[in-house]
Design a protein around this ligand. Structure first.
Ligand code: TRP
Length: 372
């Protein structure tokens, strides 16, 4: 069986270092491994609209940002198909059929949807909307796991590299695949989730030490940040609030600078930028003991991040000067994606026996039946 990857992002903002460690770097590795027959990377604009219906311009403006971030990180349009979800209208048709295979009750149990409904302050399922100040949950938002099952199955994806929060979506997709195949005959491919390898550092905290980098918290380092921005953000990063004087002992746990060094530094960085220490362990040891100031650690982190971000920034500035070409890449990718999804949809319609016009047996039989 072919090995096919499908994954994607909602275009609601620029991508940041959290996305890089959590997914982008892994995608580039998978792409360059040569182990996969096809790789589809989707800009999920239709899914972004499920809770941004009143703000399509936000989605519209961020499509190019996400595309630039992909390309600048090394997603190669010759090897991976980057496409726009809404352009592949077959996906919505598939979702409409899958909706018959999922119950409202099952959707209500989806823990990610539950959490996201709460996060957005939508009224809970079952609550009477007119008694509440809060807005109800858009049906499109509530059902997005089904749409996501379409995204995955349309491309016959075997492998879906995503964060742990997407596990319930994959579970729901697999259920839909089982139900579909059991009801209509073997048609759809069952996908596997591929979680980030190193879950410890994969969830990168924000620069303020909060659990997650998030645009709304204003604690992100963006892949498109300038060197000056990165420097400023690192210099004001959350460290150990009790480490007041250099000679005080310091804590490295929960100290952002060290969490980031855990995620990004390698021993050769020390030889290059901070030869006082052989490796990160030695630096941490000194910090714990006391006598090592934050600034020295921050300077190292800035150098390490610059080594990572400078080439990304350089590729980005190339593509920023060639925006028409980027749209052409998206258009070509979307055309290619559409052809794949259309082939799957054809199989689905045949399996569901709603392919009336190509069923000459049906037409002949009924012609006979009604002629009598
Ligand atoms: N829900 C994903 C996210 O918020 C984006 C997404 C949409 C996706 N469709 C997908 C991811 C299909 C993987 C496969 O990040």
């Amino acid at each position: 069986m072919k090995k096919i990857i499908l994954t994607g992002d909602r275009p609601t903002g620029k991508l940041h270092l959290g996305h890089f460690v959590g997914s982008l770097s892994n995608r580039v590795e998978l792409q360059n491994s040569g182990e996969y027959d096809d790789i589809y990377i989707m800009i999920a604009d239709a899914q972004a609209l499920t809770d941004n219906a009143d703000n399509p311009d936000k989605v519209r403006e961020n499509i190019i940002e996400v595309a630039l971030d992909y390309l600048s990180c090394g997603i190669d349009p010759e090897k991976s198909t980057i496409f726009i979800q809404s352009y592949v209208s077959e996906l919505t048709e598939l979702a409409f059929y899958y909706m018959n295979l999922v119950t409202v009750q099952r959707l209500q149990r989806n823990p990610t949807v539950k959490a996201e409904i709460q996060l957005r302050g939508f009224a809970e399922n079952g609550e009477a909307e007119d008694n509440l100040q809060r807005k109800g949950t858009p049906v499109g938002f509530f059902t997005y796991p089904i749409s996501q099952a379409s995204d995955i199955t349309a491309f016959r994806a075997t492998t879906v590299p995503v964060g742990a929060d997407q596990e319930p979506m994959l579970e729901q997709t697999r259920e839909i695949v089982h139900k579909f195949n059991a009801t209509y005959g073997p048609t759809l491919v069952e996908p596997e989730i591929m979680l980030p390898k190193n879950s410890a550092c994969m969830r990168l905290p924000g620069t303020d030490g909060k659990a997650k980098m998030s645009k709304s918290l204003g604690n992100c380092i963006y892949l498109s940040d300038s060197a000056a921005d990165v420097k400023k953000k690192v210099m004001s990063m959350y460290t150990d609030p009790d480490h007041l004087r250099i000679e005080d002992p310091g804590k490295v746990e929960g100290n952002c600078v060290f969490t980031y060094l855990d995620a990004f530094s390698r021993p050769e960085h020390f030889a290059k930028y901070c030869p006082d220490y052989e490796n990160l362990e030695a630096m941490k040891e000194h910090y714990r003991r006391g006598g090592l100031g934050d600034v020295k650690c921050k300077k190292l982190l800035i150098a390490v991040l610059e080594e990572l971000l400078a080439p990304i920034r350089e590729r980005r500035s190339y593509y920023e000067q060639h925006i028409e070409d980027v749209y052409e890449i998206l258009k070509r990718g979307s055309d290619r994606a559409r052809a794949t999804a259309a082939a799957t949809l054809e199989d689905v319609r045949r399996a569901m026996r709603i392919n009336y016009f190509e069923d000459s047996e049906l037409i002949a039989r009924q012609a006979e039946q009604f002629r009598k």
